[in-house]
Design a binder for this molecule. Structure first.
Ligand SMILES: C[S@@+](CC[C@H](N)C(=O)[O-])C[C@H]1O[C@@H](n2cnc3c(N)ncnc32)[C@H](O)[C@@H]1O
Length: 271
């Protein structure tokens, strides 16, 4: 594996490896079957189409998004640079022949050119050390006409309503105690990593869209996350419902242009 920014990447990898066993216990990571899985599946279907495709999932972590992709019938290559995370994902999907897990750097995948119909990641872009390099690589491995689908958010700043929600959670936790698994649980390490990242002061669509365009992608869309949030809130306890208000999150979809299909036909049909 070619790992540039070695020290920073080692710290990021170590941070996630330490969280691998309890990651699914932190609200917002696990995707329970039922309405939440359906909402995530619908978001993926809307972005890349319903037909089974060859998908590269970047930074698969414990394999929760992998679960969504497999539920839709896709053939998945799921990569992560944390062996500990991959162990959890492999165990979760043991015996499923439609998924291949690989230890690799998402910024330099080393996958062959023009191989995938879709490249998908959740909660990776904010932690990239070289976003331009990563986007160029994802463009390279996509087939012409292929789709990039990013689920992410600005984890550096609470939204105005998020500030109130965070205050309410702090008050609530005086009575019910702290949640040992929530993302703040290793907050010092997290803060130390954040300040060294290109998006350490916040990943917003306003910053990401120009980079995606510069990498050559077209037809950039920002679909709503409404159905996912609604499904997450439906069964969540009060503290977790409040947490859904903390940060500004987004979905970004973009296409690698297909030179053989121009003008009105440039966009692949989404079924
Ligand atoms: C917040 S977790 C998200 C996991 C998963 N995508 C999800 O949404 O459940 C971040 C994951 O990104 C992985 N990661 C971070 N930077 C990476 C890189 N450059 N290459 C591969 N994996 C990376 C970490 O090991 C970790 O599993």
């Amino acid at each position: 594996m070619d790992i540039r920014n070695h020290d920073l990447k080692e710290d990021i990898r170590e941070y996630w490896s330490k969280r691998s066993r309890t990651f699914d216990l932190a609200f917002g990571h696990r995707i329970p079957p039922g309405s939440e899985l359906d909402a995530w599946a619908a978001a993926v279907r809307d972005a890349i189409g319903a037909a089974p495709q060859k998908v590269l999932e970047l930074a698969c972590g414990t394999g929760e998004v992998t679960k969504v992709l497999l539920s839709l019938g896709h053939e998945v290559t799921a990569l992560d640079f944390s062996e500990a995370m991959l162990d959890v994902a492999r165990a979760k999907h043991a015996g499923n022949e439609r998924v291949r897990f690989i230890l690799a750097d998402a910024e330099r995948t080393m996958e062959p050119h023009e191989t995938y119909d879709a490249v998908i990641c959740r909660h990776l872009v904010w932690t990239l050390t070289e976003p331009e390099q990563a986007l160029a690589d994802w463009f390279r491995v996509l087939k012409p006409g292929g789709r990039l689908l990013v689920f992410d958010g600005d984890w550096a700043k609470l939204t105005p309503v998020g500030k109130l929600a965070s205050l309410a959670v702090r008050v609530l936790e005086r009575f019910i105690g702290q949640d040992p698994h929530y993302d703040g649980a290793m907050s010092e390490r997290h803060a130390d990593i954040m300040k060294r990242l290109p998006f350490g002061d916040g990943l917003t669509v306003e910053r990401l869209v120009p980079l995606v365009e510069e990498a050559g992608f077209k037809d950039i869309r920002l679909p709503t996350r409404g159905a996912i949030v609604k499904a997450q809130r439906r069964k969540a306890e009060l503290r977790n419902r409040l947490r859904t208000l903390f940060y500004r999150r987004f979905i970004l979809v973009a296409s690698r242009p297909d030179p053989l299909r121009t003008g009105a036909f440039a966009d692949k049909t989404v079924q």
